[in-house]
Design a protein around this ligand. Sequence first.
Ligand code: SF4
Length: 282
Amino acid sequence: MTQVIDKDFIQSRIPSLKPQCENCFGLCCVALFFSKLDGFPEDKSSGTPCPHLDTAFRCTVYDRLEKLDLKGCISYECLGAGQQVSQITFSGKSWKAEPTAASAMFDAFLRMRQLQELRWYLMQALSYTMKAPNTELFEALQETEKITLLPCRSLLEFQLSEYRTKIFRLLSEISSRIRADMGNQFDRKTKGQKKGSDLFGKDLRKRDLRCADLRGTCLIAANLEGAELTGTDFTGADLRDTNLEGADLSQSLFLTQFQLNCAKGDTRTRLPEFLERPTHWF
Ligand code: SF4
């Protein structure tokens, strides 16, 4: 591996993992299936445009999402899949301009979202291992980036689920190593929760969750106020309405912007690098 993995390397890739709605054809507001119960404006199927999407692919109620209690819209994060599909896979041609390609475009968006998520996790893992760069991780990132550039047909035919399983296995190994190292620093065992545990609504303020494995854990409405969460792995954890007020997430592992958007926090919540404080936390 000749590439230097440093902060600049990570930073240079972050913009492509953040939504750029101005370069997207409103794909999340059309391609997603959504329901009122999940905080979207109405029940709708994939491929049907939201009634609030205008002809220029802009949301007409964007400034009022909070007032309208559209939590689903506030929380959703495409991780840059929208602009990637709109501008790269489909070279700037919208589903309106090319109605026959619309269905393929929506499917490509749903797949690209999963690939962008893998890119995010791999970048995170590389940022945790900068002192001793991991060749396997770097190559996995390069491979994933290549897949995001595939033409539409190849993208739709790609064996995504097998690929995700392979990458998540690698990420899981990296996580175990990092958490063990971090745990040693403060004499903390890394046993944590059973994978996919249900901690719905639990008061966890007094539980030591440093270096815990919370991958896939249901933390809906759990209370983590003021918790120290150094080395805690949140891959795929459900953080809807989780109380993160005053929690220290600055060295937590594998958090995403979507998870933060779904949770409750405040100005005291400490965040990891490269993630932003959701505006509704203020
Ligand atoms: S309300 Fe706005 S953000 Fe939400 S789905 Fe509709 S157009 Fe998109």
